[in-house]
Design a protein around this ligand. Structure first.
Ligand code: AHM
Ligand code: MG
Length: 335
């Protein structure tokens, strides 16, 4: 990867004019996420040192245990975006419903809403595996000057103006798109600045890695079962390598760099799969497409799915374009 000495702050300023809707608001928004990411990174890194590990004793809307760091990251991202008076609404995977934010003068003059999964893969924290933050930004569709409504949050993924993730890994990276390609920035912890380390990230057209929780194989649709068998078959460049971290951001990041496919299909136990359309699939799909990859539910482009509820789940197949197309072929033929 090409190394530069450009910081994320410099990159945002330089590229502000390339944003579709330019007024500095989106730049300020990305800047706030950068700031919150640094604070969360600090907490995640010291997770093993302080009494911050373990469940908070609460469950979120989906009935899952919340980890202390989930709660912390959720509060921090919401507070940062609220205090800086940048967005008019926030929806979080960890909150039951969306939050409407008044601007300082109570006039609801901010244009953007943010949907966020503050700490994805948080069940991995106890075992020191990488976790991530996923974010998605839309322009509100209801008029300025009014409080946001559910309609502002239930937009198709194709309407996103920005999306990205932070990966708290061996290095901490912030990777994002505003619809003009995907760029990755690595945190220099000594200085506390993100540097452009991965300009113009692209999925290889095809790859040799498949990532799926094969423990659920028995419950998968026939199309997915047959695709997995295809990945394991000795022919041409196959069998592929199986790599599954169980942390979406990390699996996606590796596949984008090396070439590969991630699958979280529906199953006889979970009819719509596990991942959430608004907080996980749409932002990752936007990034994938901007990086020459593809994302689908097996039949339909993820970004074309009309959302019906905030915490909606969808099957998710994402990665190198040719691999996703092959998986879709299997879905069509056998499902
Ligand atoms: P979470 O939002 O509760 O952390 O769940 C999402 C995570 C993804 O990061 C990961 O790819 C998936 O769940 C793993 O699920 P499973 O353990 O069922 O394979
Ligand atoms: Mg999640």
């Amino acid at each position: 990867m090409q190394q530069t000495h450009k910081t994320l702050g410099e990159f945002i300023i330089e590229n502000q004019s390339a944003f579709k809707y330019t007024s500095g608001e989106l730049s300020r928004l990305i800047n706030s996420i950068r700031l919150a990411a640094k604070v969360v990174n600090h907490e995640v890194n010291k997770a093993g040192l302080v009494d911050i590990l373990g469940a908070a004793g609460d469950t979120n809307i989906q009935g899952e245990d919340q980890q202390k760091l989930d709660v912390y990251a959720n509060k921090l991202f919401i507070q940062t975006l609220t205090n800086r008076n940048i967005v008019c609404g926030i929806a979080s995977e960890e909150e039951d419903s969306f939050i409407s934010i008044n601007s300082q003068d109570e006039q609801h003059q901010n244009k953007y809403i943010v949907l966020i999964d503050p700490l994805d893969g948080s069940s991995n924290i106890d075992v020191n595996v990488s976790v991530g933050t996923i974010f998605s930004v839309y322009r509100r569709v209801t008029p300025l000057g009014t409080a946001v409504t559910l309609e502002d949050f239930l937009q198709k993924g194709s309407q996103q103006v920005a999306a990205g993730y932070v990966i708290y890994g061996t290095s901490t990276m912030l990777v994002y798109t505003t619809g003009c390609g995907v760029n990755g920035f690595t945190l220099n912890p000594a200085i506390g600045s993100f540097y452009l380390s991965h300009p113009n990230m692209q999925f290889p057209e095809t790859g040799k890695i498949y990532s799926v929780n094969e423990g659920n194989y028995i419950h998968f649709p026939q199309g997915i079962k047959n695709y997995i068998k295809y990945c394991q078959m000795e022919e041409g460049d196959r069998p592929y390598t199986s790599r599954y971290i169980g942390s979406l951001v990390s699996d996606f990041h590796r596949n984008m760099i090396k070439g590969g496919i991630y699958l979280y299909p529906k199953s006889s136990k979970a009819g719509s799969g596990k991942l959430r359309l608004l907080y996980e699939c749409n932002p990752m799909a936007f990034l994938a497409e901007q990086a020459n990859g593809k994302a689908s539910d097996g039949f339909t482009r993820i970004l074309d799915i009309e959302p019906t509820e905030l915490h909606q789940r969808v099957p998710f197949i994402c990665g190198s374009r040719k691999m996703v197309e092959k998986a879709e072929e299997f879905m069509l033929k056998y499902s």
